[in-house]
Design a protein around this ligand. Sequence first.
Ligand code: BGC
Length: 440
Amino acid sequence: MLAGGTRAGEPGYPAAVPDFPPAFVWGVATAAHQVEGGNVNADWWAWEHQSGSGCVEPSGDACDSLHRWREDVDLVAQLGLNAYRFGVEWARVEPADGEWSLASLDHYRRICAACRARGIQPVVTLQHFTLPRWLAERGGWEAPDAAERFAAYAARVDAHLGDLVGRCCTVNEPNIASLMGYRLGLFPPGARDGPERQRAVNAATIRAHRAAVEALRAGRGRYPVGLTLAMAQLVAVEGGTAARDEARLLLEDEFLAATAGDDFVGVQCYTRLRFGPGGSLLPPADGVAVTQMGYEYWPQVVEHAVRRAANATGLPVVVTENGIATADDRQRIAYLAEALAGLARCVADGVDVRGYFVWSLLDNFEWTLGFAPTFGLVGVDRRTFERRPKPSAFWYGTVATTGRLPDQAGPGGRGGAATGEDAAASGSRDRDSPSAAPAG
Ligand code: BGC
């Protein structure tokens, strides 16, 4: 369906923007290690403190979401969103080999219940780059029983909170974990090895994913299950075809094929990567803006990646992460607007895309780069942990509650009737309450 309305000439506002369907899932995402703080039993905690790891600073207290999670869930509700993707931390649930923490499981159950009480679908990620130290010491994903251990953990989580979970992501971006951890040496365990090792770890994470899907389906949960994949627009410039094709195979196609039998595929995308002479990764192209991450400002990637994932898998697609690291919140709004316009074109063409999650709710710990890149719709004071929503948070909330991009949502992109079931359910939410006031 096409709706009228234009802001022709303004960056990020296409001439005609289709609507999103009423049942569309509008969310924000975080990951346990990046926001919780004090995740001392995870391999990443050790990695951050290891000299030579390349980490610019430790995660420390992160955003203190371990204690402030209720504020985070309240923010999601106040913005009018209908889903929150957050992580369950394996290193907290099983801090030592075979020792389960009921208190941690209760903690994550409380977060799910708080989401439900506010009409928010809890979307749970079981593993987001971090592994328990005890498993890392035995080889991490390369440990012979890694898949079984992961499935046992998944089963525990399902048994404890599966009745409240709305959707489950098993392994987050296994393609990035194998690339960064086993080929480039930038994530734990810090190995710099060839494509064979990367491929073996790909296979290991796929085994773990499949074992977890089986365990979850055998349990009490009746929610959709899938993995999330980092995708990019992979482009070959002269001489770069072989490297681009290898990247496409090792980073995307092996995993897209491995989703057979899943309920959805989670697409996470941020940018475009160009391969040049000799297979080198080229710097950002002239004339293309660069984000705080050092890569190209490329919101077009969402439309590209969603179509590619849908074609390759035949599964419903959920954009489980998309966003931009920038200090300029107007640029964030322009980026999201253009990304969502591309997603709306997918919807108009009948691509089965069910939802979209902004990365991230909060400015948080960006792995080796520390706290400098700011992806959040909400800023976090690094000394007081105070949450300060940015204008983009309200902009996105309006898109979510109206199901439309802002040129159809009324003056300034504010106001307009909610169209979705979940948005309607959120009618009593006070989006102008003081705790949701925009940052100065
Ligand atoms: C990861 C997040 C990360 C984000 C931005 C994704 O690859 O899942 O953990 O913070 O990208 O770089």
